[in-house]
Design a protein around this ligand. Structure first.
Ligand code: FAD
Ligand code: SF4
Ligand code: SF4
Length: 473
């Protein structure tokens, strides 16, 4: 075998996978994982670790894997990352750890993500949980975590490992944040998230559903009336943005968030996806070309859309989506309308009937450094669609800011924190998308871990919690 090339990872064929919501990537067999692990050079000064926002000991977990020590491999991974089976699937490895792997200079980098997924899956399948509940602190310390997404989970795990009494409050009826209601099951199966959550529960972390903090209790009430010594806010940035073009109020227009949440929470395993009552038509246009847009359009494909289309005003090379996602969407028969700017959503009797577009060309670079799309005169055209999904980004939900006196927000409504992730309110910490705006799962987890260290320092607890490496988060 050519050592410069990665060990290919089996996937469901496109014609099969568009009929189901099962994991697209089947994953390595033990033999394949060994072959790929053998490619790692075990660098003394491993650059890949610098590319990982939580600084996983990558050569360490790969060494243990190739020695057949899977439990040790899992232990090394979970020192920095409580949910490796998740991150091995959804991390943008090509721009993080794998982008720095030395093998990438003259060939293909080690498939770090696929190996991490392999070890994480092994632990899930074998119900391996290397961390155990530790004795509570004396005197006890209580911390409330607001939001059960990756930031909240990472913070909860590290605090629990230090003996803190942790309660996670979640607004929805289910836990995991975007992992549960955003990312579709064909990229991240729901039982994997539940298994990873189960391990955090075993550490003694309490999870309370249906509690929208800011409504049911405010943060000052949590601290003053409910006896929490500190609070971590990890509420994400799930407020949808719209385009402000005519026709956005028609029936058949949905935000990406609404569409994916409906599908994820209303499509229990075993139910035929095409009968899921989410109000989607047969000709679906998704506006946007990021990861969220790819998730929507590939979901629509699986929900029996006759045409599922991406509409983007910039060019393919400017798509912010992961290369793998665009490639998978192309394989699955998604239509792409690059350099097409939406002008108006057309309607009939209150329902979507079409999408009027204008052809664009690339002009001079804008503030983001990307070439600005410029309309080409007399090139308007109409797409025949009955559903339009808007996937052009998200904002923050203002509820926490409005109900927490003294909480400093920046001009976009995100929470301002110091180097320990503490906000302008003493004892209130924050991290993840609510601080940075939409980012990645592993960056949110890195912020949650950093906040856990800040909280322990604030509480005066001297605990040996795993450190995040000194990379900018
Ligand atoms: P979230 O995951 O948003 O979790 C916040 C939680 O807080 C939610 O459960 C919410 O219900 C809860 N909450 C909100 N307000 C309150 C309140 N007032 N009281 C109590 N609970 C509250 N990243 C990747 O790395 N790879 C990917 O492939 C990827 N794909 C994505 C696909 C989609 C569709 C989306 C939307 C995002 C994707 N991301 C991806 C981004 C990633 O999921 C986020 O950056 C990450 O989940 C942020 O974590 P978080 O913990 O800050 O927030
Ligand atoms: Fe790479 Fe993500 Fe794993 Fe870090 S957590 S090693 S970035 S796949
Ligand atoms: Fe292995 Fe690549 Fe990291 Fe070196 S840089 S230790 S080869 S994964």
């Amino acid at each position: 075998m050519d050592k410069k090339k990665r060990t290919p990872c089996p996937e469901q064929p496109p014609e099969e996978r568009i009929k189901n919501f099962d994991d697209v990537v089947i994953g390595y067999t033990p033999e394949m994982a060994q072959t790929e692990a053998q490619r790692c050079l075990q660098c003394k000064n491993p650059p890949c670790v610098k590319g990982c926002p939580v600084g996983i000991n990558i050569p360490g977990f790969i060494r243990a894997l190739r020695e057949g020590e899977l439990e040790e491999s899992y232990t090394i991974l979970t020192e920095q990352n409580p949910i490796p089976a998740v991150c091995g699937r959804v991390c943008p490895q090509e721009s993080q750890c794998e982008a720095k792997c030395v093998l990438g200079i003259k060939g293909e980098p080690v498939s770090i993500g696929k190996l991490e997924r392999y070890v994480g899956n092994w632990a899930v399948r074998n119900d391996v949980c290397v961390r155990e509940e530790v004795e509570g602190l004396d005197p006890p310390k209580k911390v409330a975590i607001v939001g059960s997404g990756p930031a909240g989970l990472a913070c909860a795990q590290d605090l629990a490992l230090a003996g803190v009494d942790v309660t996670v409050f979640e607004a929805l009826h289910t836990f995991g944040g975007v992992l549960k209601y955003g990312i579709p099951a064909f990229r991240l199966p729901k039982d994997i998230i539940d298994a990873e959550l189960g391990k955090i529960r075993k550490l003694g972390v309490k999870f309370v559903a249906d509690r929208a903090i800011g409504r049911i209790y405010t943060i000052p009430q949590l601290m003053e009336e409910k006896g929490f010594d500190a609070v971590f806010v990890g509420t994400g940035a799930g407020f949808p943005k719209f385009l402000k073009i005519p026709g956005e109020n028609l029936n058949g227009v949905m935000s990406a968030n609404e569409f994916l949440t409906r599908v994820n929470l209303m499509n229990p395993p075993g139910v035929d996806a095409c009968f899921t009552p989410i109000g989607m038509g047969k000709k679906v246009a998704v506006i946007g070309a990021g990861n969220v847009a790819m998730d929507c359009v590939r979901t629509a494909r699986r929900l029996c859309a006759e045409r599922s289309m991406i509409v983007y005003r910039r060019a393919r090379e400017q798509s912010p989506a992961r290369v793998e996602e665009v490639h998978h969407a192309e394989q699955e028969g998604v239509e792409f309308h690059w350099l097409s700017g939406p002008l108006e959503i057309l309607g009939e009797n209150g329902w979507v009937k079409g999408l009027r577009l204008q052809k664009m060309k690339l002009g001079e670079p804008d503030d983001s450094g990307r070439r600005r799309p410029v309309p080409v005169p007399d090139t308007e055209y109409t797409l025949d669609v009955d559903t339009v999904i808007i996937a052009v980004g998200t904002d923050t939900n203002p509820i926490i800011g409005q109900t927490t006196p003294g909480l400093e927000l920046n001009r976009w409504g995100y929470i301002v924190v110091d180097e320990n992730q503490m906000t302008s309110v003493e004892g209130v910490f924050a991290g993840g998308d609510i601080v940075t705006g939409s980012a990645t799962v592993i960056e949110a987890m890195g912020a949650g871990k950093k906040a856990a260290r800040g909280i322990l320092r604030f509480l005066g607890v001297d605990a040996d919690v795993p450190l995040v490496c000194d990379v900018e988060i």
